[in-house]
Design a protein around this ligand. Structure first.
Ligand SMILES: Nc1ncnc2c1ncn2[C@@H]1O[C@H](COP(=O)(O)OP(=O)(O)OP(=O)(O)O)[C@@H](O)[C@H]1O
Ligand SMILES: [Mg+2]
Length: 355
C-alpha cells in the first residue's frame, strides 16, 4: 500500500494543496497548530474509519466553508487506484475508482493504514474501551464484514438498553426482552470469536517485537478477558440488575484485553518505559498482522511519536518499517535522527512545501 498523491481542499485548516510523497519515509515538520496532524487525519479517513480524534464529520470542513474534498491516488492490489472523500452537510461520501459508494464505510478494507500517536499510550494506561477499539479497528481493516457485525451488535445493544429503561414503567414489555437477548448473544459471540482470533494472530508478533525492544529482558503476554463466559446465560442471570441499571452489564462492549509484562498487568504495574514499549510493540504488530492477513503493507502514520522515543526505540521502529511507506510528523526538522533517503516537507499555516 502506497500513497502516490493526495490533494486536499478546505479540509480543516488545509485550504488547498497537494502532496506527492516518497514511497519510503516522509517527514512532515512544522511548528504547533500548522496542520500536520490534520494531514495525517485526512489520509487516515481513507481507511473508511472515523476521525481518530473522535471529531464529528462537520468539524472536518474548514470553518466558514461548505465542503471538504480529499482526493487520493494510491497503489494497492498491484494497481493504481483513486478514491475521493467529500464532507458536506455533516456527512461523508466516497467514490472509489470513479464509482460512488453507498457510504464512506465502503472504503473499509480498500486502503489500509496504521496510526500511532502519543495518545495511543492510553492503550496500555487507560480504560478497556481503548483496547477494545484497538482490536475492532484492526479487525475492520482485515475483514470488512466485521464492521457490519459491530454495527449490528451496537444497534441491538441500544435497542435492548432502551427496552431495559422502559420495562419498570411498562412491565408488559418484559416478554419481548428475550428476542433482544438472543440477537445480542448471537452477535456478541461472533465478536468475541473474532477478537480472540485476532489475538492469536497478533500475540506472536507482539512478543517478538517487545522482546526485540527490551533485548529479551522481559516478556509480554496478551489475554482476552470476557465479561461473561456464556453471554446467553449472563443476560438471563443479570436481568434484574440490568433493568435496575437501565443498561446491559455483560457482553463484548464490556470485555478487555489484558496486557501483561512478566506476568503482571502492564496497566497496573508497568513503568512508563514498559508502557511505551508495549504500545510500540502493539502498533508494529498491528501493521505486521495487516500485512500477513491482507498481503498489503499498510501505510504507517506516526503522529508526533519520534520525540517521545529514545534513539534505540526510534531505530527499532524505523528498521521495522523498512518496507512500509511511513509518514512522520514532528516539530523539529531533525527529530528523526537517522533518516536515510525519504523526503521532507514543511507545514506552515496549512501550506505544505517540499524541503
Ligand atoms: N474545521 C476547521 N477549520 C479551520 N481550522 C481548523 C479546523 N479544525 C481544526 N483547525 C485548526 O487546525 C489547527 C491544528 O492543526 P493540527 O492539529 O494539524 O496541528 P499540528 O501541526 O499537528 O500541531 P501540533 O504540532 O501542535 O500537533 C488548529 O489551529 C485548529 O484550530
Ligand atoms: Mg499534531
Amino acid at each position: 500500500m502506497k500513497i502516490i498523491h493526495i490533494r486536499y481542499e478546505d479540509y480543516r485548516n488545509l485550504s488547498a494543496g497537494e502532496m506527492s510523497p516518497d514511497g519510503g519515509i516522509n517527514v512532515i515538520f512544522g511548528k504547533n497548530a500548522q496542520g500536520k496532524t490534520n494531514l495525517l487525519e485526512a489520509m487516515w479517513l481513507f481507511t473508511g474509519g472515523r476521525s481518530f480524534r473522535g471529531s464529528r464529520d462537520a468539524d472536518l470542513v474548514a470553518r466558514g466553508r461548505r465542503r471538504a474534498l480529499l482526493d487520493l491516488t494510491f497503489f494497492s492490489g498491484e494497481r493504481e487506484q483513486t478514491a475521493r472523500l467529500a464532507v458536506e452537510g455533516g456527512k461523508r461520501s466516497a467514490v472509489l475508482n470513479g464509482v460512488p459508494k453507498r457510504s464512506a464505510a465502503g472504503l473499509v478494507g480498500v486502503f489500509c493504514a496504521v496510526m500511532f500517536s502519543p495518545e495511543h499510550l492510553a492503550l496500555v494506561r487507560d480504560g478497556p474501551v481503548f483496547r477494545r477499539n484497538f482490536m475492532d479497528t484492526a479487525l475492520c481493516q482485515i475483514r470488512p464484514g466485521y464492521a457490519v457485525l459491530l454495527a449490528r451488535y451496537r444497534h441491538t445493544l441500544v435497542q435492548r438498553n432502551a427496552l431495559l429503561k422502559d420495562i419498570p414503567r411498562h412491565s408488559e414489555l418484559l416478554g419481548t426482552l428475550s428476542v433482544w437477548d438472543e440477537k445480542l448473544a448471537r452477535y456478541g459471540r461472533e465478536i468475541v470469536k473474532s477478537r480472540e482470533e485476532y489475538l492469536t494472530w497478533i500475540s506472536g508478533p507482539v512478543r517478538g517485537i517487545y522482546a526485540g525492544i527490551c533485548e529479551n529482558r522481559e516478556q509480554i503476554g496478551l489475554k482476552y478477558q470476557k465479561s461473561a463466559e456464556n453471554l446467553n446465560e449472563a443476560l438471563l442471570k443479570n436481568r434484574a440488575a440490568d433493568i435496575a441499571a437501565g443498561h446491559t452489564g455483560a457482553g463484548p462492549h464490556r470485555d478487555d484485553l489484558l496486557i501483561e509484562i512478566d506476568g503482571l498487568s502492564a496497566r497496573a504495574f508497568g513503568s512508563q518505559g514498559q508502557k511505551r514499549s508495549a504500545v510500540l510493540a502493539l502498533k508494529l504488530a498491528e501493521a505486521e498482522v495487516l500485512f500477513s492477513r491482507t498481503g498489503e503493507r499498510p501505510v504507517v502514520l506516526l503522529d508526533d511519536v519520534m520525540s517521545e522515543l529514545d534513539a534505540g526505540r526510534q531505530d527499532y521502529l524505523l528498521n521495522h518499517l523498512e518496507n512500509c511507506q511511513v509518514f512522520i510528523t514532528c516539530c523539529e526538522a531533525d527529530a528523526v535522527r537517522r533518516l536515510r533517503g525519504g523526503a521532507r516537507f514543511e507545514m506552515e499555516a496549512g501550506v505544505l512545501r517540499a524541503r
